[in-house]
Design a protein around this ligand. Structure first.
Ligand code: SF4
Length: 95
């Protein structure tokens, strides 16, 4: 009987941990892969450069520590813009 009580306590404890951890897992998944599909389609986004034209030399590029998971002024909420990607919103950076 004592073993059964311990098991129930252990299960309750594990359940509590799972309840707290589950939303955090969901957040981390959401935070790691945000793409603005509507703007990508509208501006014909591609994961490769167009000749010398690429995000890394575009004035709309918003570089982050990981240049392949950066942002763009034209893509609200999108954090998957890479330095060698391209779209029709390209504007050559001065200099
Ligand atoms: S406008 Fe297009 S080419 Fe320029 S940084 Fe944004 S996604 Fe890249």
């Amino acid at each position: 009987m004592e073993d059964i009580k311990l098991s129930r306590r252990q299960l309750l404890k594990m359940g509590s941990i799972a309840l707290v951890a589950a939303p955090l897992v969901g957040l981390s998944t959401t935070a790691s892969a945000n793409q603005n599909a509507a703007v990508r389609a509208a501006l014909h986004f591609q994961n490769k450069p167009n000749g010398a034209k690429r995000c890394g030399v575009c004035m709309n590029f918003l570089p982050k520590a990981d240049l392949n998971k950066s942002g763009c002024k034209l893509y609200p909420g999108d954090d998957e813009i890479c330095q060698n990607c391209y779209c029709n919103g390209f504007v050559q950076k001065a200099g």
